[in-house]
Design a protein around this ligand. Structure first.
Ligand code: ATP
Ligand code: MG
Length: 602
């Protein structure tokens, strides 16, 4: 068995913590439940040999009563066992799913940008389901049948050890067949799970991008790709069934051979008087108790294989170490003053650096603007300040503390982030505002909404701030979404604020609202704004032009505008979309690569 399978199992036993007592009781019940049918057959033997053949009616009556009693007890025991095991199994599933989700929330942004969303979803859904199947129903089948099998073999030897030995002739071929099946079907079930997860991934991707798929007439191509995954799933499943078709009837045939051997040898022993008819009849029945569990266990085998493969996938998620987490002796930041220093930071997502020894300093309460062409590294700089990634070289320092040495939660609590793509969650507008401050009162929420101008958006809706927003903010315009995410950051009352301005075209009224919102938001806080509009840039104390991961120009607005350089070129470009705000800029020539206004939201 591969090593990770075993770690998967030990991982599962971890969730039994606190339930071992119950497991012990259930095991005891299981042993009794398994012993019951076998011992009932010993009673049958007695009834035939000492009741019927000896014509002892009293003995027969007693045997019948005992037989009934044993089976009634077995009934109660079995039903208790089924319920108990399902309970334990579901407890394990609950714990595992909880841990899995908890672990996911701790994984770094890098993980999510490398792993397909659908792949991750498949871990939490179909994989956990596969485990759940085995743990709720399968666990019972496993326990009951394994114990019955063992009890039946013991029973067979107790009835007549010679018949027991005869029945064992089928043991070697059974083991060989089972081993063959294990090896083949394990690989097959791994592939089945892979095809399921790739289908889930495809579905998730198409659902998320359906607008684009339809806009570019790519439905057919997506369907073809899906068909391919679907067909792959069918062929791996068919192969798995093919293996089953060889294995299960094979086991059944081996059972028939054992039965024939026992009848043949038993018949001869009966003839020479060394065996009673009662023992022979009971042995034949007990032999059935060997093969019925064997079949049910083999049936379960597929499920267990599937669950094992699922557990491997789940383990691969659980074994991924969060890249960003607290150092062992992380310091808890007190209230931040807001002295921000990006100290010669070099950073790469993959191999090639996207930031080259960037050095930025923002004094407490200062406002810094980053401008520059698309892909220059502005959002990346912001993500390093939010510690979504750690720098490869250099350090990000807040009040002199390297971010790698501080408690993440305490730091982020004082950090406000308005991301470029301002994601909103399904729920009311008020819920979204409260996201960072779940304890905020209705009055506080209303006040922030008013300060930022969200109340004006809300007024358009019948239910105002209680208007339901759909996942991702669907149903709202880009500008509205941005305003709401600004209000969300404001309600959190952060000490450091990062604003990655969306570049989407915003209508004038919304733009004026956003400008007003920014006035409120930036006041008294250290802020880094990534700006795509001159009106926003202007309010900054210092402006940095970021190009290809390097700072190519820095200074206050007026100074930069007065000297020839990248900023003048950018400003000239911005002017077209922003002429109401900026002074006329002369002598600059537009440069197509330096497009700030046309960059895509991430
Ligand atoms: N998750 C990621 N994985 C790998 N590379 C990335 C990732 N995110 C960004 N990049 C790359 O890093 C570089 C800088 O990207 P960044 O998002 O910082 O640009 P930007 O200046 O914010 O651009 P824009 O103005 O369009 O928002 C780009 O070349 C981009 O392709
Ligand atoms: Mg960006």
């Amino acid at each position: 068995m591969p090593r990770h399978r075993r770690t998967g199992l030990t991982r599962l036993t971890r969730y039994l913590r606190g339930r071992w007592g119950r497991v012990a009781v259930l095991s005891l019940i299981g042993v009794c439940a398994a012993a019951a049918p076998v011992s009932a057959l010993l009673v049958v033997q007695d009834a035939i040999d000492n009741g019927m053949r000896a014509q002892d009616h009293r003995r027969l009556a007693i045997d019948v009563v005992i037989y009934l009693g044993i089976n009634a007890a077995a009934w109660i025991l079995a039903s208790t066992l089924v319920r108990g095991l399902a309970n334990v199994g579901q407890g394990v599933v609950l714990g595992l799913r909880e841990d899995l989700f908890d672990h996911l929330t701790q994984l770094s942004l890098r993980y999510f940008s490398q792993q397909k969303a659908g792949w991750i979803i498949a871990r939490l859904t179909s994989d956990v389901d596969a485990l759940s199947d085995v743990l709720s129903q399968g666990l019972t089948t496993l326990v009951v049948n394994t114990l019955t099998l063992m009890a039946a073999i013991v029973g067979l030897f107790v009835l007549d050890w010679r018949l027991g030995l005869v029945a064992l002739v089928i043991l070697p071929p059974t083991l060989v067949l089972t081993r063959w099946f294990q090896v083949r079907s394990h690989a097959a079930f791994l592939r089945v799970r892979e095809t399921i997860s790739s289908m889930t991934a495809q579905i998730a991707e198409s659902v998320a991008g359906m607008a684009v798929v339809q806009a570019f007439n790519r439905e057919r191509a997506f369907l073809d790709e899906f068909d391919k995954a679907n067909a792959a799933n069918r062929s791996t499943n068919t192969h798995a069934q093919y293996l089953n078709s060889l294995f299960f009837p094979g086991i059944e045939f081996l059972g028939a051979i054992a039965m024939v051997s026992v009848l043949w040898v038993g018949g001869r022993m009966l003839a020479n008087g060394s065996l009673s008819i009662g023992t022979l009849v009971a042995s034949v029945f007990v032999l059935n108790l060997v093969f019925q569990p064997l079949q049910e266990l083999s049936d379960l085998y597929g499920q267990v294989q599937s669950a094992g493969a699922a557990m491997e996938k789940i383990s691969s998620v659980l074994d991924t170490e969060p890249e960003i987490r607290d150092a062992p002796a992380a310091t808890r930041l007190p209230r931040i003053e807001g002295d921000l220093h990006i100290d010669r930071v070099t950073f790469a997502y993959g191999r090639d650096p996207v930031l080259h020894a960037i050095d930025i300093r923002v004094p407490p309460g200062g406002c810094l603007a980053l401008v520059g062409e698309s892909g220059g590294g502005k959002s990346t700089t912001a993500k390093l300040v939010g510690r979504f990634y750690d720098p490869d070289e250099g350090a990000v320092l807040v009040d002199g503390h390297d971010l790698r040495t501080v408690e993440l939660r305490a730091y982020r609590r004082q950090l406000g982030v308005v991301l470029q793509d301002s994601f909103l969650f399904a729920g009311t507008i008020a819920d979204n505002l409260r996201f960072a401050q779940p304890g905020a009162t209705d009055d506080e929420v209303a006040a922030v909404a008013k300060a930022v101008g969200v109340d004006r958006i809300a007024r358009r809706f019948e239910r105002g701030l209680l208007h339901e927003v759909r996942e991702g903010g669907a149903g709202l315009s880009a500008g509205e979404r941005q305003l709401i995410s600004i209000a969300r950051a404001l309600l959190a009352d952060p000490r450091i604020l990062i604003l990655d301005e969306a570049t989407s075209n915003i209508d004038r009224p919304t733009e004026i609202l956003i400008e007003k919102a920014l006035d409120r938001l930036l006041h008294g806080r250290t802020s880094i704004i990534i700006a795509h509009r001159l009106a926003t840039v202007r309010r900054a104390d210092e402006i940095l032009v970021v190009e290809h991961g390097r700072i190519t120009q820095r200074g206050p607005f007026d100074e930069l505008l007065a000297e020839p350089g990248p900023f003048r070129e950018l400003a000239a470009q911005l002017q077209g979309s922003d002429d109401l705000h900026s002074e006329p800029v002369t002598g600059s020539r537009p440069r197509s690569s330096a497009s700030v206004a046309s960059s895509e939201p991430e």
